[in-house]
Design a binder for this molecule. Structure first.
Ligand SMILES: [Zn+2]
Length: 250
């Protein structure tokens, strides 16, 4: 049974399923409604090796109700879904071997021209995760160049990679806080990992000890296990993506 404070809080702020957005019974043990629960595919036991970072992990496969929830968070400003995903990412990071108080969270910056959304998802997530884990947060370590368009507007994988290569500029003053730290890059959804690789290349200039990444969801998840992708970016820098198999693929 959930504790009484949580139940009272839920009575004031109605619990909503992070998948379908419908109200959830306040006495239920799970935040997710019974019809969405089987569709949330947990992939937090898998590690994805993306160039320029130690490893990338995601909580869920970007499919089914997790996909619906992240779309509501991203495009309709559903903060309750955002809180759910932030808390799941925080739990995942807390269980990582590398996790300690030397970790600092850095969100992937949003597009400068963005006017249709009130907040940048990665910033929303990273701020809440930092509060939950009592670790540092540096929100302005880098910014996105004006010429970079939204990845969703790119039709092909190659176009996405070309768009995002060298997309970020280091803010030297803020980034100096990352020197010697374990930096964890936070994003809502990772597709090819090229955004995170590009961000990591930028953040390396601040001399962090290590760079990791954590996301709410990742796609694809199991179709590409064991595959290696070598991608050439416009600056001729190679990007290597290897997808590793986790403990379970059930
Ligand atoms: Zn639901």
């Amino acid at each position: 049974m959930r504790n009484i404070i949580t139940v009272i809080t839920d009575m004031i702020f109605t619990r909503r399923c992070p998948g379908c957005g419908e109200p959830v019974d306040i006495f239920a043990d799970s935040d997710i409604c019974p019809s969405c629960l089987p569709g949330f595919r947990d992939i937090s036991d898998k590690m994805f090796y993306v160039s320029d970072i130690r490893c990338l992990k995601a909580v869920y496969s970007f499919s089914g109700p997790a996909r619906h929830g992240l779309h509501r968070f991203k495009f309709r400003g559903d903060g309750s879904a955002g809180i759910f995903f932030a808390d799941r990412i925080a739990e995942m990071i807390r269980n990582e071997k590398y996790f300690d108080k030397n970790c600092v969270l850095v969100p992937i910056p949003g597009n400068i021209e963005k006017t249709d959304r009130e907040y940048v998802q990665a910033v929303f997530l990273a701020k809440r995760i930092a509060r939950k884990l009592h670790i540092g947060y540096v929100g302005d370590a880098m910014r996105k160049k004006k010429s970079v368009i939204s990845q969703t507007k790119c039709r092909t994988l190659l176009a996405r990679r070309e768009n995002i290569a060298n997309a970020f500029i280091l803010n030297k003053r803020s980034a100096s806080k990352l020197c010697g730290k374990k930096v964890i890059i936070i994003d809502d959804i990772s597709t090819t990992g090229s955004t995170i690789s590009s961000a990591a290349r930028t953040l390396k200039k601040a001399n962090p000890a290590e760079i990791y990444a954590a996301c709410a969801a990742r796609t694809p998840t199991h179709k590409d296990i064991g595959k290696k992708y070598i991608v050439r970016c416009p600056d001729n820098m190679k990007t290597l993506l290897v997808v590793a198999k986790g403990n379970s693929d059930s």
